[in-house]
Design a protein around this ligand. Structure first.
Ligand code: FAD
Length: 445
């Protein structure tokens, strides 16, 4: 399978699952890859997103990622950001000798709705909370405070992870997750629901589903799938020992958040919605009727978008790909090149959450990255191959930075130190939280 004659040199930017699997695919085809990553550690949201108690999954992914990094054709540079305002710009990498770029930087920016009151104390983004409980270095000194009455906007898997976390924190009494449309809009699965199924406030939810049922009927949808999802999860549920009541409300769009004189969240105002069919889709339409829900904490869990500061064209929260690709894979475009938007980017490809923000789990990111890598191989086939030593030579040509870049050897030392600490403490895993602590270990070991 490996074509050792193909020694093209590429930069993969972002070492989350998409970047790592794209790297593996390219390296297996003989391409030399330098994987640049903003964080010290690889893994992206597999390291800093997946819920902490999914230890088997996290450790399994870490082992896979370590195997990818051990491929000789793969170089790793962590603690370095790429982009218009990053440590290196793409044109600097191009000048250093990189022949193409796979951008797998994920979706780094939180989505907001622009509501009055979003800046009140007690309003948070689910993604920030997730990074905080997963000990992301940017969040080690941040401590969100949760009240007794939490409202979460959004009904996906991340919302469920937040409810799970609140259950373990044991401060909150009621969490209400609110959806714009009906129960058919929920985007979570039964595995993620299981840890909080015992906390479902079924009388409340049944009433909400009945109310939504009339609207669902108008657009030809039924609630059976949602009801069986809940019933199945409840069958397997253990007791909700924290006493948390987990509710869901439908057909409501948030309109403003109300604060008290100290600037703390007090309540959130929703507009009730109807459902309608529009061009084959179910859409919500405001009725003008408002409802106020008391809340001391409001959490937005409505996905994220790519970082526009990276410097590539953005549309609908994603880096824009050309509708007319030269190297489509399964009918999908992975190419940024679009003469109207970005004339200098014939060599730039995107995949994973950078191509479709907040879309799917690790397995999907892998599939997307491998397709993107296949598209890139098509592009590389028209370019001259490079000498085997070119990856290191290109790294050496980059301007020096006033900070330590983290290599594969450094990562091995960090991993060993974390494993030793976990063994000492009798834990399945251990993380050094701050950037400084990690760099200290790397330099000391
Ligand atoms: C809360 C949460 C829970 C999840 N739970 C699960 C789960 O249980 N199971 C599952 O399969 N999936 C889960 N997922 C989904 C999974 O995490 C994603 O599918 C996957 O991480 C997307 O991979 P990615 O590589 O595209 O992006 P990311 O994982 O976001 O990786 C992006 C990488 O790019 C780097 N980067 C960003 N900007 C730059 C830059 N300018 N320069 C250099 N590097 C940069 C980042 O440091 C990061 O390493 C979860 C997601 C979330 C948000």
């Amino acid at each position: 399978m490996t074509d050792k004659a193909n020694r093209h040199l590429v930069a993969v930017i972002g070492a989350g699952p998409a970047g790592l699997y794209a790297t593996q695919y390219l390296a297996r085809h003989g391409v030399q890859v330098v994987l640049f990553n903003k964080e010290i550690k690889p893994g992206g949201l597999a390291e800093y997103g997946i819920f902490p108690d999914k230890t088997r999954m996290r450790l399994g992914l870490q082992r896979q990622f370590a195997r990818i990094l051990s491929i000789p054709e793969v170089f790793y540079l962590g603690n370095v950001s790429i982009g218009q305002n990053g440590d290196y710009r793409l044109d600097q990498l191009r000048r250093a000798g990189f022949q193409a770029f796979m951008v797998t930087t994920g979706a780094q920016q939180n989505n907001w709705l622009g509501l009055p009151g979003e800046d009140l104390n007690g309003v948070y983004q689910a993604n920030d909370i997730v990074l905080q409980y997963n000990l992301h270095p940017d969040k080690v000194n941040w401590a969100p405070k949760f009240g007794k009455n939490v409202v979460v906007i959004g009904v996906g898997n991340v919302m469920l992870d937040i409810v799970h976390y609140l259950k373990l924190e044991n401060v909150t009494r009621t969490v209400t997750a609110v959806a714009r449309r009906g129960p058919t809009e929920v985007r979570f699965d039964k595995q993620t629901l299981a840890p909080v199924a015992s906390c479902l406030d079924m009388p409340f939810i049944r009433k909400a589903v009945d109310e939504a049922g009339i609207e669902l009927g108008k657009v030809g949808r039924d609630r059976d799938a949602f009801c069986s999802l809940l019933a199945e999860a409840q069958d397997k549920a253990e007791d909700c020992d924290s006493g948390l009541q987990f509710r869901m409300a439908f057909l409501r769009s948030p309109r403003r958040i109300i604060g008290d004189a100290q600037g703390n969240v007090q309540a959130i105002v929703f507009e009730k919605n109807h459902l309608a069919s529009k061009e084959g889709r179910v859409v919500s339409q405001g009725t003008g009727e408002m409802e106020t829900l008391p809340a001391d904490t409001v959490i937005f869990s409505i996905g994220s978008q790519v970082d526009a500061a990276f410097g590539l064209p953005v549309g609908h929260g994603n880096f824009v790909t050309t509708p007319d690709p030269k190297y489509p894979v399964d009918g999908i475009s992975y190419e940024v090149y679009n003469p109207d938007l970005c004339a200098e980017c014939e060599d730039i490809f995107v995949s994973g959450w950078a191509r479709k923000a907040s879309e799917g789990i690790v397995g999907l990111a892998r599939k997307d990255a491998e397709r993107g890598a296949e598209a890139m191989l098509g592009y590389l086939s028209g370019l001259p191959a490079q000498a085997e030593s070119e990856a290191q030579a290109a790294i050496d040509r980059l301007p020096g930075l006033d900070k330590r870049l983290v290599t594969k050897g450094d990562l091995e030392r960090l991993t060993e130190a974390e494993q030793a600490k976990a063994a000492d403490l009798g834990l399945p895993e251990f993380k050094f939280g701050s950037q400084d602590a990690m760099l200290d270990v790397i330099e000391r070991e």
